[in-house]
Design a protein around this ligand. Sequence first.
Ligand code: FPP
Length: 231
Amino acid sequence: MDGNGRWASERNLPRIAGHRAGVDAVRAVVEECARLGIGYLTLFAFSTENWKRPREEVGALMTLLDQYLKKELETLMENNIRLKSIGRISDIPAKSQQTLNEVCRHSSGNTGLTLILALSYSGRDDILQAAREWGKAVQRGEAEPDSLQAEDFSSFLSTADVPDPDLLIRTSGEMRISNFLLWQVAYTEFYVTPRLWPDFNADDLRSAIKVYQSRERRFGLTSEQLRSGER
Ligand code: FPP
């Protein structure tokens, strides 16, 4: 969800005004995903690197998160949305952790869209913690180094019970992955739009999905193989 700062500076507003407008875009996109019957939506809300931003901005983002969670619980329940989180949740303020845990617990029985907030998240961190856990499993004699397969390793990641993303949308035109779901995006389709995140709306989401639907996902095969159903 990139471009909040630029959206604000284009209007001579403080950066936090951009984040506040970004929350409205979050709301619109989450509701549209639920309406469209999308199974999983992961929002990169705060990276481990974002802690290095000015203290006031970090504080304001944490407050916005807390307010969003408190305000949104009813809408999540009405729309059958289950909330989950990934990242170093123990890094975020205790009050927000508590709110997050409560909303996750409360919505855990919902069966529609799974909304995953990536908070204090880093793809490398995710892979490292998975490697540590896998190493411990080896030490316990529960895993065998020579037979490790990609699917086995995936089960140690924070997204163990979540399918790899089909589509990754990056707003504000930046052509980089910025330490998002590094392992999980191996075959994800990328869609980069110049639209700044606070301006991104349900129409933009549907346009991104249309483009995704026009792509041929070959997963390393040729078009001919795909057409003939050969695997
Ligand atoms: C990146 O834009 C955006 C963030 C670091 C924060 C994203 C947070 C929100 C949209 C609001 C809170 C989230 C939830 C889920 C309630 P940037 O600040 O890097 O923009 P810039 O590159 O234009 O400066």
